[in-house]
Ligand binder design. Structure first.
Ligand code: IMP
Length: 191
């Protein structure tokens, strides 16, 4: 750690860690504005409960809430399906549940990316079992070719190819969530 205010900050992300920028900050912001409006129209007259699926949706949900014009409640749950690897462990685990009971609520699950759909399928079942009045899914990203037949992904920001991506909440081994764009990760996970 260095505290010098004289030296220029090193480049971030470092050279070679990010390849193609798939979505610029501007593209993301204008799409989020549209999603916010779409949701506000859909839930007119009720107060939905936005549930951020942490940690990946942290940036998205903050912007989406501000793009939502109307009364809305917010809660977060922490779910783990990937560990620190780049491949799914195939096991979904609720690390932290909601503080707010979901029974009788109109729940909007806010996700960063639907990849295999495993996490969403698990959470949809979870909230239906909890007695939510309705459960909708709003995902910033959906992987092209994901079998969404049995999955209700009601609101989608963008479809993206199969590359592992980082930024705007998405991480590689917990790093790079704070990039304002979404880009292809070309580094190693060894930080
Ligand atoms: P699913 O259960 O396979 O749909 O995976 C969903 C979760 O995997 C997401 O919420 C992310 O945390 C993680 N994930 C999937 N693809 C990526 C990626 O390209 N970059 C970062 N995280 C990813």
């Amino acid at each position: 750690m260095t505290t010098s205010s004289q030296l220029p900050l090193p480049p971030f992300p470092p050279e070679g860690e990010v390849g193609k920028i798939l979505l610029t900050e501007e593209q993301i912001q204008s799409r989020v504005a549209v999603l916010g409006e779409e949701l506000a129209r859909k839930y007119q007259g009720v107060t939905p409960l936005f549930v951020a699926v942490m940690k990946g949706s942290v940036i998205f949900v903050a912007d989406l809430l501000r793009a939502y014009h109307g009364p809305v409640e917010f809660d977060a749950m922490v779910v783990s399906s990937y560990g620190d690897a780049l491949r799914s462990s195939g096991v979904v685990k609720i690390v932290k549940d909601l503080d707010t009971p979901a029974a009788g609520r109109h729940v909007v699950l806010v996700e960063d990316i639907v990849d295999t759909g495993l996490t969403m399928q698990y959470l949809l079942n979870h909230f239906e079992q909890q007695g939510a009045s309705s459960v909708a899914v709003c995902s910033l990203l959906v992987r092209e070719g994901t079998d969404t037949a049995g999955l209700r992904i009601d609101h989608v920001g963008f479809e993206i190819p199969h590359d592992f991506v980082i930024g705007y909440g998405l991480d590689a081994a917990q790093i790079y969530r704070n990039l304002p764009f979404v880009g292809v990760f070309t580094g190693t996970v060894d930080h």
